[in-house]
Design a protein around this ligand. Sequence first.
Ligand SMILES: *Cc1c(COP(=O)(O)O)cnc(C)c1O
Length: 402
Amino acid sequence: MSNNYKVDKDGFFGQFGGAYVPEILHKCVTDLQEAYLPIIESKEFQDEYHQLLKDYVGRPSPLYYAKRMSEKYGCQLYLKREDLNHTGAHKINNTIGQILMAKKMGKTRIIAETGAGQHGVATATVCALMNMKCEIFMGKTDVERQHTNVERMRMLGAEVHPVTTGNMTLSDACSEAIRDWCCHPQDTFYIVGSTMGPHPYPDIVAKMQSVISKELKWQLNEKIGRDYPDYLIACVGGGSNAAGTIYHYIDDERVRIFLAEAGGHGIDTDYTAATMHCGTEGIIHGARTLVMQTDDGQIKEAFTISAGLDYPGIGPMHADLAKKGRTKVLAINDDEAIYAGYELTRMEGIIPAIESAHAVAALKKISFKPDDVVVLTVSGRGDKDVQTYLSHKDMAGEYGDF
Ligand SMILES: *Cc1c(COP(=O)(O)O)cnc(C)c1O
């Protein structure tokens, strides 16, 4: 499995990445930088990780040929079904890996940030599984609007801390988790939820999610007799499901990559989360990357209908790949995502997470040839978003008439 595209020894992907952390975390971060590759590459870790992915998460996730949608878009569309994982999204691939890593490093307390609550639930789940103490930081606004996920976390035994600084959303929850980590550097492992944060987190999370493209290789071989598609499509918030989807294909120029970020009301408005369209270079949560910020460097609030894509930064590898032209990034607005969510629901019987619906909406913006094999990752299921879909059915076009 050739993969020449790698993070460098200082944690950079091109000009993006690095580890910009306060002095007090320096040792924590360098300990992790030294420990992570030997742990991930050990047979003991690999055996345990893959056993859990199989028996607990339910992997491999199916690769499903979507016949009706293929006809509609004039291509051969396959859906990578991360929505069928335990807890309903790809996030558990990463939390399983990081909790095993925490145990191997002798840590006894887990912290995590969460926006919509999906990463919080995935973290609380593996903490219950491994009998670890778990504390989750979540913006107070999100605690209120994502109440069922808060209740799931509490039921799983996690303590949820509502964060009341800033806009009280994901970005503030990240800052608060980093602050907590500074106070407990000895016993605490911070499980980061996406390909963001200081080095080595973007690389750790990408490696944990790379199981997605590893499976795609043999699944495509089985289905179409070759191990690569013509197109890969995924949505990007921080970039973890996208990183997993493309990981083993980054060097393969036969594969075109389209990523969908959240346009919100539109990239020419103030209500957007399209960081790769609207961001400028800066530092956020320990990494140099593209950030939505004002001229004097204040981080702007991200806006999108999708709580899971609501982040004013982007993983450094995605900033780099987009800058190099390896990936093409499309901004998908709220109404386009809602329409696409209804479309997949009515045409294939799959209610996607509103985040994943952004990837589905990208199909309309690409012109395919009938033989093109397209793999689109459905990052999560839409049970959590039913209310959002219903209250916006005016955006669902012909599907909203019920
Ligand atoms: C969290 C989430 C995302 C966005 O996170 P990435 O790290 O960009 O993958 C996308 N889809 C779902 C279902 C999520 O829960």
